[in-house]
Design a protein around this ligand. Structure first.
Ligand code: SAM
Length: 235
């Protein structure tokens, strides 16, 4: 992969960047995403942030190779530490777990004042990002689900202005499945949750074989309830 041959996943992340943005890509690794966005005229400048030395060096080399040093600054640091107030208007964080992305946002909260859009691509546990966004008054404006090389990814785009996409009755389920993905109900969405359902059913049968303590019975009941609610969405 390189900046002109981006993965399907990163291409979809790039599609969410408004034209003319000043971008910060946190956990940029090879800086493929900002390089692609600059090459395609989507951004005017970018900060590529990396906490680890190897990926930080890869980003520096990539930016140098393309002669983008004027427009793309590679900075070493933890999360949003690399961003100064007012420097960027869009932040992308892709290819990490949902809890790590949520913790990066939480730790860097004070840097988000001027940010217009967050584009987040968790590899797992997107629900934890939805919780963070909702708690901090960031509103989901788009959700994308895609499959690449047999792995299913979700991309969450949020802005500060808007209205909550959640309903009172279905809040917990919408946090888990994604309120906008639930509306779209794409084939990939159905595939993802059918696979999850099968995993949960296996856990139920393990509970059946276990000693029927109060804790086991309670966990089984909770899981059965979750299975029922997701089944209803998929039907
Ligand atoms: N964003 C690229 C993508 O989606 O293909 C690279 C994803 S790579 C799997 C995750 C990158 O995030 C690694 O290069 C890692 O060093 C970096 N990373 C992890 N935690 C970080 C943090 N707290 N701050 C900045 N970078 C971080």
């Amino acid at each position: 992969m390189n900046e002109s041959n981006l993965s399907k996943r990163l291409l979809q992340v790039a599609e969410q960047i408004p034209m003319g943005s000043r971008l910060a890509d946190i956990g940029s690794d090879h800086a493929y995403l900002p390089c692609y966005a600059l090459k395609n005229g989507m951004i005017t400048s970018a900060i590529a942030g990396e906490v680890n030395h190897g990926p930080f060096q890869s980003a520096i080399e990539q930016v140098k190779k393309l002669n983008y040093q004027e427009q793309i600054t590679v900075r070493k640091g933890n999360g949003l530490e690399v961003v100064n107030k007012g420097e960027v208007d869009v932040i992308t964080i892709a290819g990490m777990g949902g809890p790590l992305i949520a913790s990066i946002l939480e730790a860097g909260k004070e840097k988000l004042g001027d940010i217009k859009r967050l584009i987040l691509q968790p590899n797992v546990a997107a629900n934890q990002i939805r919780v963070w966004l909702e708690t901090n008054s960031w509103y989901l404006i788009n959700e994308v689900i895609l499959e690449e090389d047999g792995i299913i990814y979700e991309i969450l785009t949020a802005e500060k202005c808007g209205e909550s996409p959640y309903s009172e009755d279905n809040y917990q389920l919408e946090l888990l499945l994604g309120p906008l993905l639930m509306e779209q109900r794409s084939d990939i969405f159905v595939k993802k949750w059918t696979t999850e359902l099968n995993e949960w059913r296996k856990i139920v049968s393990q509970f059946d074989k276990a000693k029927q303590t109060e804790e086991v019975l309670m966990k089984k009941q909770e899981l059965l309830m979750k299975i029922k609610r997701v089944e209803e969405v998929l039907q």
